[in-house]
Design a protein around this ligand. Structure first.
Ligand code: EPU
Length: 340
């Protein structure tokens, strides 16, 4: 039987560093443990269950009155290899950046732009992690997950996941209903690199690379991230707190007439994406500190815990930011972070 602890501090398990407790907590090292707990009779049957990876996209606003299933499933196996591609399956408890480093060391392309994203491999599909022009869906082939209501193992192919911008079926319809055990990715031995995003090409040159390689691109991405995003081990944060909003062309044009320096990118369906960081900065929030919380000095989209902030304080800050942006621009920012 799986060992279950009671009243466990979740501070080490969320990158915001929020001090809350889980009523029950267990480490999942074998898939069968999840199945056992999912089908257990008695007290655990009725309890809400929270699959937890690196806790890097999660804001706890209160104690968790259920059972936390900490994903500690480890292992990476090569399923198939051709001259061009490698398919590998990584267990959900693998640290994402360690998986990236493993692939980069083999010279397998596909994950280099996703270097240094905090969190676990099992959590990566939930919000379709993305950075510098690449998203998980670009390399994803399938995942396996335990259905927490039945204990059955289900396979999800790419189309089943309904990936979108920081979105998937696991964030809405199936929220907290599945424990993701493993993720299968298709990597490329002769990759085409995605370098068009902002500073990537410039940073490669700065670092002295004349030709992009898997290692060089990963190095450049790490360099960019380290230069502007705070390390959660040093300053509690969850990366981008809000999604970048998309607006209709007509609404964008109205705004652009008023704010001519507003950065913008074209998005799907003729819509225009506006960086949330810019909107927040224009409202005077960049680098501002409120009690134990604030926005980071180098990046307005990153909310931080300066010490002993509670989740409720960070949530309050996020609502104040939402209100300022709404009042000034008429845009309602949508949190990217999952609040519990
Ligand atoms: N900007 C500001 N003020 C700031 C920071 C940025 O005005 O303080 C403006 C600049 O115009 C800049 C633009 O915002 O060019 C975009 O900034 P950045 O390149 O840093 O990217 P982002 O849109 O803020 C997104 C992702 C990040 C990802 C980067 C790089 C979202 C919500 N965030 O951020 O993902 O690393 O692009 O691809 O899409 C995350 O999801 O947690 C995350 C960090």
């Amino acid at each position: 039987m799986t060992a279950i602890s009671e009243h466990v501090s979740l501070k080490p398990y969320n990158t915001f560093g929020i001090e809350v407790q889980a009523r029950f907590f267990t480490q999942i090292c074998h898939l069968q443990q999840v199945q056992e707990l999912a089908t257990a009779k008695g007290m655990f049957a009725q309890l809400p269950k929270l699959p937890l990876g690196g806790g890097s996209n999660l804001l706890f606003t209160q104690n968790y009155n259920g059972l936390v299933l900490h994903n500690c499933l480890k292992g990476i196996v090569i399923d198939k290899e051709t001259d061009q591609n490698v398919w590998l399956t990584a267990q959900g408890g693998e640290v994402w950046h360690e998986l990236v480093q493993y692939c980069v060391a083999q010279n397998w392309g596909g994950l280099e732009n996703l270097s240094l994203i905090p969190g676990s491999t099992g959590a990566a599909p939930i919000q379709n992690i993305g950075a510098y022009g690449v998203e998980l869906q670009d390399v994803f082939t399938k995942l396996q997950a335990v259905h927490l209501a039945s204990g059955e193992i289900h396979t999800f192919l790419k189309a089943d996941c309904r990936f979108g911008y920081r979105n998937s079926v696991f964030k809405k319809e199936f929220r907290e209903q599945y424990f993701i055990c493993s993720v299968t990715l298709q990597l490329n031995k002769n990759p085409l690199f995605t370098l068009q995003y902002g500073e990537v090409q410039r940073t490669l040159e700065q670092l002295g690379y004349t030709v992009p390689t898997v290692q060089a691109v990963s190095h450049a991405i790490c360099h960019i991230r380290n230069s502007k995003l705070p390390n959660p081990a040093e300053l509690g944060n969850c990366g981008s707190f809000f999604k970048n909003p998309e607006v209709e062309t007509a609404a964008f044009e109205r705004l652009h007439r008023l704010y001519q320096t507003m950065p913008h990118y074209s998005a799907a369906n003729g819509r225009i994406k506006i960086p949330a960081a810019w909107l927040i900065e224009q409202c005077g929030w960049k680098g501002r500190r409120v009690g134990n919380t604030g926005t980071h000095k180098n990046h307005a989209l990153v909310l931080v815990n300066y010490g002993n902030a509670t989740g409720a304080e960070i949530k309050q800050l996020s609502e104040n930011i939402q209100q300022s942006v709404f009042e000034k621009f008429g845009i309602l920012l949508e949190p990217e972070v999952n609040m519990l």
